[in-house]
Design a protein around this ligand. Structure first.
Ligand code: FAQ
Length: 312
């Protein structure tokens, strides 16, 4: 029986069709999908904090409205993704508890502080830019609910990227102090943005299997290179420099060469010892605890309606 199911699963993947929640999947596929979707969902929710930090201090009503919309979108992305994980049998409360207890990861990038308003622009430009680069291929991921969630998420990320770039363009047309803020923020976020794509291919434990299952369509290094190539002309148009003396066009490879990434720093941040890890998780834990009454009220309301439906 299992071998017939396995054959059907293999054929679905080979034929570029989608795996749906009703389909049998091997345990490893389910585990990998839940791991990736949960990490992604946690990243969106924790990712609300660095920029959320600036909502009350936005420099104008327009900037505040834009930032509020962006941060709310991130909450929405977290919700679509937790819902996608639920279609694989994961329990949302458990996923949140895993995050709070440090049993599941979220993206390294959200463990860095946002020190000035230019960080809001640079996060949009580089962090959302890297997210788009990584996630557009995931719209063709083999798991249907994840791939469909990703289509909407990417559309919204595209607005996020543009609002960031537009903010930076405005600042670059401003005073010297504003231009310096943009350059300083770019210097701080460039290398962490490159780390978002994950470890180098040689150290990536999951890539080979995830590519065989067509969950991932490109390796970490391929996407990182694409992002570097994309960002260089954007930096030039903006008038900022990227903090890498080894960054240069290589005509033979037809790609930019770039300097070594500090993988020791990456490991430190991923293992919970980055500049803001403790603060990010503590805020998430407090929000979860303070929201207990909302979850209880929502469950009581749903139960009441379920009872009423049975009676009518
Ligand atoms: N941070 O074998 P691989 C956003 C872990 S965008 C922390 O290469 P894989 C939008 C990895 O999980 C950010 N951990 O793993 C936004 C694995 O650990 P495990 C979120 C990392 O899965 C913008 C181990 O290292 N985007 O939120 C990182 O094949 C602005 C070995 O790595 C996604 O999650 C890292 N950077 O490839 C929101 C996209 N990199 O579980 C707010 C979907 C790797 O084996 C504001 N995910 N690790 O213990 C993916 O595409 C993949 O999961 C990768 C990693 C590419 C992130």
């Amino acid at each position: 029986m299992t071998s017939a199911l396995q054959e059907y699963f293999d054929a679905t993947i080979a034929n570029e069709q989608r795996i749906e929640p009703r389909d049998w999947v091997p345990d490893g596929y389910r585990k990998t999908m839940v791991r990736q979707i949960a990490q992604h969902a946690h990243s969106e929710i924790i990712g609300m904090q660095p920029e959320g930090n600036w909502i009350t201090r936005a420099p104008s009503l327009r900037r505040k409205a834009i930032l509020l919309a962006k941060v709310q979108d991130e909450a929405g992305h977290g919700l679509y993704l937790y819902a996608a994980a639920e279609t694989l049998g994961a329990d949302r409360t458990e996923l949140t508890e895993n995050l709070i207890a440090g049993r599941q990861k979220y993206s390294s990038i959200f463990n860095y502080p946002t020190l000035t308003y230019a960080d809001v622009g640079v996060i949009g430009w580089l962090v959302d830019g890297a997210a788009i680069c990584n996630q557009v291929p995931l719209c063709r991921s083999s798991y249907g609910p994840y791939a469909r969630a990703m289509i909407r998420i990417c559309k919204e990320e595209s607005f996020h990227q543009r609002q960031g770039y537009e903010l930076l363009m405005t600042m670059m047309r401003g005073t010297q102090a504003q231009r310096d803020m943009v350059q300083e923020a770019t210097n701080r976020w460039w290398w962490p943005a490159l780390m978002m794509f994950g470890p180098p291919d040689a150290d990536s434990t999951n890539t080979a299997q995830s590519m065989a299952w067509k969950i991932k369509r490109h390796t970490n290094d391929e996407l990182r290179q694409r992002f570097v190539d994309m960002s260089v002309p954007q930096a030039r148009a903006l008038g900022v420099s990227l903090p890498d003396p080894q960054l240069r066009w290589n005509p033979e490879r037809e790609h930019h060469d770039f300097g070594d990434i500090d993988w020791v720093e990456f490991k430190r941040v991923v293992s919970g010892h980055g500049p803001c890890n403790a603060e990010r998780v503590a805020i998430r834990k407090a929000a979860h605890e303070e929201g207990a009454w909302v979850r209880e009220a929502a469950s009581a309301y749903a139960e009441k309606h379920a009872r009423e439906e049975v009676m009518t």
